[in-house]
Design a protein around this ligand. Structure first.
Ligand SMILES: Nc1nc2c(ncn2[C@@H]2O[C@H](COP(=O)(O)OP(=O)(O)OP(=O)(O)O)[C@@H](O)[C@H]2O)c(=O)[nH]1
Ligand SMILES: [Mg+2]
Length: 202
């Protein structure tokens, strides 16, 4: 099936927010990307939009603590949440991260679902599980996007997908698991299909 990619290609950076009062007023529906720093969130976002540098790759990983909003059109918005899991980050920075993500996830009335980006070689870390728990409590749809699938064999990727599917078995809201590769564009149409469904069902 050919997906209507064109609107995604037109996606533009809208605004960055360092704290909840900087979040733009909800307009249309939103899908948020979360995951460990370096998991491949920005790369996935860029690949899905068919753009090379829509979301900037952080030169100083772990330091960016902003929520970035990218607008597809009036009805659709993609949100890049700060990456977590950097051991070097101070306790205050971690608490700040929790506060910011919590404020976004708990308070965002137009949130259609969350894309949890995880390196296919290290899925479901403790922090990822915390994230899954938050989404479950909030009743938010979840897509586990297993990035860097090009780094493992096809068989290994399929095996990890099965494991994550089994692990998310008890997840209360709608959820999906997809193996993804930014350079090879593996999983792109599958992910676009799921996210478009979320946008239209909400
Ligand atoms: N081989 C391969 N490398 C990838 C893939 N996705 C991302 N990368 C690489 O992984 C590194 C981190 O990617 P980013 O997209 O910047 O990761 P991020 O999750 O946005 O990281 P933060 O912004 O620090 O939270 C970069 O060097 C990317 O080129 C992928 O699918 N395959
Ligand atoms: Mg990033």
């Amino acid at each position: 099936m050919t997906r209507p990619l064109e609107p995604w290609r037109q996606a533009e950076f809208e605004i960055s927010a360092a704290e909840p009062r900087g979040f733009p007023a909800p307009r249309g529906t939103e899908i948020a990307f979360v995951g460990r720093s370096n998991a491949g969130k920005s790369s996935a976002l860029n690949t899905l939009c068919g753009q090379r540098s829509l979301a900037r790759t952080s030169r100083t990983p772990g330091r960016t603590q902003l929520v970035n909003f990218f607008r597809i059109d009036d009805a659709r918005c993609l949100v890049d949440l700060p990456g977590y899991g950097f051991a070097k980050v101070s306790i205050e920075a971690k608490q700040r991260w929790q506060w910011l993500i919590g404020a976004y996830l708990e308070g965002r009335s137009n949130l259609a679902g969350v894309v949890l980006v995880m390196d296919i070689r290290h899925p479901l870390t403790d922090a990822d599980r915390l994230m899954v728990g938050w989404c479950a409590d909030a009743g938010v749809r979840l897509l586990a996007l297993l990035s860097k699938a090009d780094k493992v064999s096809r068989g290994a990727a399929a095996g990890t997908v099965r494991k994550v599917v089994a692990d998310l078995n008890g997840y209360p809201a709608a959820h999906e698991v997809v193996a993804f590769s930014a350079p090879k564009t593996t999983g792109v149409s599958e992910v676009l299909t799921i996210l478009e469904d979320w946008f239209t069902e909400t």
